[in-house]
Design a protein around this ligand. Structure first.
Ligand SMILES: [Zn+2]
Length: 190
């Protein structure tokens, strides 16, 4: 092997290695999920936003997680303002984040069909660049091992009950992801 070819190989190999690893902070919770009967394949990525209502700091992560505990709900991941991805529930498990609702194909098994990703944000603030960047990594990572059909907001599946993800720039995120044409976004509106 020529030296230059060797270096190209090494570069590619190291890129492939880092690309397959998702950096997450383990913040596992002991509520809001269950083990599926069989190996789970999900085809929906459901995006949410959350903030803290009970203390003066809207972005307080522990306060947000405490409120999930109160209602016995949880998403698989929560992305903090600085872009750190915290894993709360293993994606192999079904997390209770979607509640009652309907997918565009009419199916109502929201939780068993999806992974839930929360982004720390309020109705009056915008997501940070770090959050969009981490969400992009997380979505790309999830799409490697699962045939994702839909990327939706909570308000897409439960429009009467839910209004999140607030101030989520779908157009911008879609451009970042450069997805293939088979993927269905937000009822194909954007
Ligand atoms: Zn939600």
């Amino acid at each position: 092997m020529q030296l230059s070819k060797f270096f190209i190989f090494i570069t590619f190999f190291s890129f492939a290695q880092t690309d397959s690893i998702l950096k997450v902070n383990e913040k596992c919770v002991n509520f809001g999920f269950c083990l599926p009967d069989s190996v789970r394949n999900y085809d929906v990525i459901l995006i949410h936003t959350s903030y803290c209502v009970s203390v003066n700091d809207s972005f307080n992560l522990n306060c947000i997680i405490k409120s999930y505990e109160k209602y016995v709900v949880a998403a698989h991941y929560i992305i903090d303002r600085d872009g750190v991805i915290h894993k709360m529930v293993n994606p192999e498990q079904v997390a209770y984040h979607g509640g009652k609702g309907k997918l565009p194909d009419g199916n109502n098994q929201i939780n068993s069909r999806s992974i839930g990703i929360e982004l720390v944000n309020t109705k009056y603030t915008f997501l940070t660049e770090s959050q969009y960047g981490s969400l992009l990594n997380l979505v790309n990572f999830s799409m490697k091992s699962n045939k994702i059909k839909y990327i939706l907001g909570h308000d897409d599946v439960a429009p009467i009950r839910k209004t999140d993800p607030w101030n989520f720039d779908w157009k911008y995120f879609k451009k970042l992801l450069k997805s293939d044409s088979t993927l269905v976004w937000r009822n194909n509106k954007k």
